[in-house]
Ligand binder design. Structure first.
Ligand SMILES: Cc1ncc(COP(=O)(O)O)c(C=O)c1O
Length: 400
């Protein structure tokens, strides 16, 4: 007999965990493991933000806040959105959560009924389908291959959207590909959405300041289609851009009714995000833009390095990412071959054999819903990356 609910029994544990556990075991045994699998910046939270958080604790700002977060943070979020995209939100149309992940989770809980369909282009961030299932929705995966730069096209959206579609989830720039929707691509998708008033959009903007364009921010659906404001939930947070993953602050901007439901959901679950983290996050939005720009410069150099090095390896194909800190090389040319003494059938075999043969950890593409690729995080220092590339080169040329 199991005491477990059907809900959690259906929940798939992330297969990356097994690989991560193996990488850790190898490291603990004294081996020089290089991890290209991390989902967070390798630099510290900026000093000016840490100081604000420490001062907040010293002042005693260590108690509950309102479930939807501190008014000054919600105001800073709305002001940043207005500066970035020219779209106005009231502070009451913003809710603060313990990380963007919980903001996505509670948004789904707030709007999904059993059986509602949620369109998710693949490759996708690993958590979307599971979170949809936990809300009793039905993930509808739309494969988006390399020929379309892993982005959903308007034609595909038109083909898949229907009366049962409650939501479309989009993530730009994308984890895992680093691809980003342009203004014209947003406009084309918006055209299809206009004809489908039953569908909401959840725009996961968590990487939108870690971008390599002139503007320093990724284009947003609401710039091209402001009329979608009544059907769009925008998610963001301080985790990635401000290197604050452990502070656990994210947020959502959206229609009042949905935001209010998320507030209620949060009030009965997490109560609120940590008070001092909210204060530090407010400082991040108000005064850390120059530090973000400086880290983007570093990321750009690392991106250029890893892309050019990977492009030199016969059998690997890779597009330069436009944002985030991931590259998404195609490795299926090695499927059916022997590498590092192992037969390689899929991306999981590739990742496993690479870890065993060369102590380099990366994430198999299958986890993101698209086979044939692997995800490499370049949130690590260039000398380590150079060493990792040498090991990958050795691995793919060791066809025994
Ligand atoms: C696409 C995407 N969305 C959301 C998140 C969650 O961010 P947070 O740390 O704010 O919960 C992540 C983190 O890995 C992510 O990659």
């Amino acid at each position: 007999m199991s005491f477990l609910s059907n809900r959690v029994q259906a929940l798939k544990p992330s297969p990356t965990l097994a690989l991560a556990a193996k990488a850790k075991a190898l490291k603990d045994s004294g081996l020089d493991v290089i991890s290209l699998s991390v989902g967070e910046p390798d630099w510290d939270t900026f000093g000016e933000i840490k100081d604000v958080g420490i001062e907040a604790i010293q002042r005693g700002q260590t108690k509950y806040t309102a479930a939807n977060g501190l008014p000054e943070l919600r105001k800073a979020v709305a002001e940043q959105f207005l500066r970035d995209f020219g779209v106005q939100y009231e502070a009451s149309e913003v809710t603060v959560a313990s990380g963007a992940k919980f903001a996505i989770f509670s948004a789904l809980q707030a709007v999904i009924n059993p059986g509602d369909e949620v369109l998710i282009p693949s490759p996708y961030w690993v958590s979307y389908p599971s979170m949809v299932e936990l809300a009793q929705g039905k993930p509808v995966i739309v494969p988006c291959g390399r020929e379309q730069s892993f982005k959903l096209s308007a034609q595909q959206l038109r083909a898949h959207i229907g009366s049962k579609t409650k939501m479309l989830i989009l993530n730009s720039p994308s984890n895992p590909t680093g691809g980003m929707y342009s203004d014209s691509e947003w406009a084309e998708l918006g055209q299809v959405l206009k004809d489908n008033p039953q569908a909401l959009v959840l725009s996961d903007d968590i990487y939108n300041r870690l971008v390599f364009n002139q503007r320093g921010v990724a284009p947003h659906l609401l710039e091209s289609c402001p009329e979608m404001k009544s059907r769009c939930i925008s998610i963001n947070g301080v985790s990635k851009s401000y290197s604050m993953t452990g502070w656990r602050i994210g947020w959502a901007l959206g229609p009042q009714e949905i935001i209010q439901a998320m507030n209620n959901y949060q009030s009965q679950s997490t109560s609120c995000a940590a008070a001092f983290s909210q204060i530090a996050a407010t400082a991040a939005l108000e005064r850390a833009e120059e530090s973000v720009k400086a880290s983007v410069q570093v990321l750009r150099q690392r991106r250029d390095f890893i892309v050019s090095e990977l492009q030199k390896i016969a059998g690997i194909q890779v597009n330069p990412p436009e944002g985030a800190f991931y590259v998404w090389p195609q490795v299926d040319a090695f499927f059916g071959k022997r590498l590092g003494g192992k037969e390689i059938h899929d991306s999981k075999d590739f990742a496993q054999a690479l870890l065993e043969a060369e102590n380099v950890a990366l994430v198999p593409g299958a986890e993101f819903g698209l086979e044939g690729f692997v995800r490499i995080s370049y949130a690590l220092e260039q000398p380590r990356m150079a060493e990792a590339v040498e090991r990958i080169k050795r691995f793919v040329s060791n066809r025994t």
